[in-house]
Design a protein around this ligand. Structure first.
Ligand SMILES: [Zn+2]
Length: 244
């Protein structure tokens, strides 16, 4: 009797567990500038990230949609106000204020989140490709692939089926070293030929004190609109921001 009364009082005395929203939201800079191919699905990615910020209360988004906005918001003083940056299908050599400083900023403890064409960015700046963990090499025709979850415990994949089919544009990479990343999603067959192999589609990296999350999926609006993609990106962002 005494024990149960004691436990009962303890249960009432325990303070409520802090919710993610208890911390002030992080500020996330969402970049949609392109210098190469421009995806029609960029607004879908942009809307998804903003929705996830509202849904979780963990972050608020600020946008860099033009060269001018990108220059201003990546100036070192401005970057200091952000918890992370999202490259939403960016392409080409982006006009950031100082690309070396941007990399140092990530490594100092900030988040780099890359969606789809983010690895088709800064081809002329290898330190960025090493930071994000791979460089877009090519893709074939859009295809249905059987995606395998590499880590069922990670926030970006723990809500997904162990393996599932996706019809999307499937990237293949160069400058990719599995020893430098933690693979979250991949294929065990070539997306065009079906030949056995290992083909990564999403991964994370620790870079200094910073965190990198990249997913190659998200070319097609109907993929971006699925609940599983939403959960995947939500978990990836929260993990990279250390808010999961
Ligand atoms: Zn694409």
């Amino acid at each position: 009797m005494l024990t149960s009364t004691f436990l009962f009082s303890l249960a009432f005395a325990a303070p409520p567990a802090p919710s993610p929203a208890a911390k002030p939201p992080a500020r996330l800079l969402v970049v949609t500038v392109t210098k190469g191919y421009r995806h029609e699905s960029i607004p879908d990615l942009d809307t998804l990230v903003a929705d996830l910020g509202r849904e979780t209360g963990a972050f608020e988004v600020d946008e860099a949609r033009t060269d001018e906005e990108l220059l201003a918001r990546t100036a070192p003083d401005a970057l200091a106000g952000y918890g992370g940056i999202v490259l939403a299908s960016t392409t080409g050599d982006l006009p950031v204020a100082d690309r070396e400083a941007l990399l140092r900023w990530v490594e100092a403890g900030h988040a780099l989140i890359g969606l789809h064409a983010a690895t088709d960015t800064f081809h002329g700046f290898p330190p960025f490709l090493d930071l994000i963990g791979g460089e877009f090499a090519r893709h074939g025709p859009q295809a249905k692939v059987h995606v395998i979850v590499g880590d069922p415990a990670h926030p970006a994949t723990r809500t997904l089926e162990a393996a599932f089919d996706v019809f999307d544009e499937i990237y293949q990479f160069k400058r990719f070293d599995p020893a430098r990343v933690h693979v979250l999603l991949g294929l065990d067959a070539h997306p065009e030929t079906g030949a056995p192999g290992t083909f990564p589609l999403a991964w994370t990296r620790e870079a200094g004190r910073g965190r990198v999350f990249y997913t190659a999926l998200g070319h097609r609006p109907d993929v971006i609109a699925t609940p599983w993609y939403r959960q995947h990106v939500r978990g990836g962002i929260l993990w990279a921001l250390r808010r999961e």
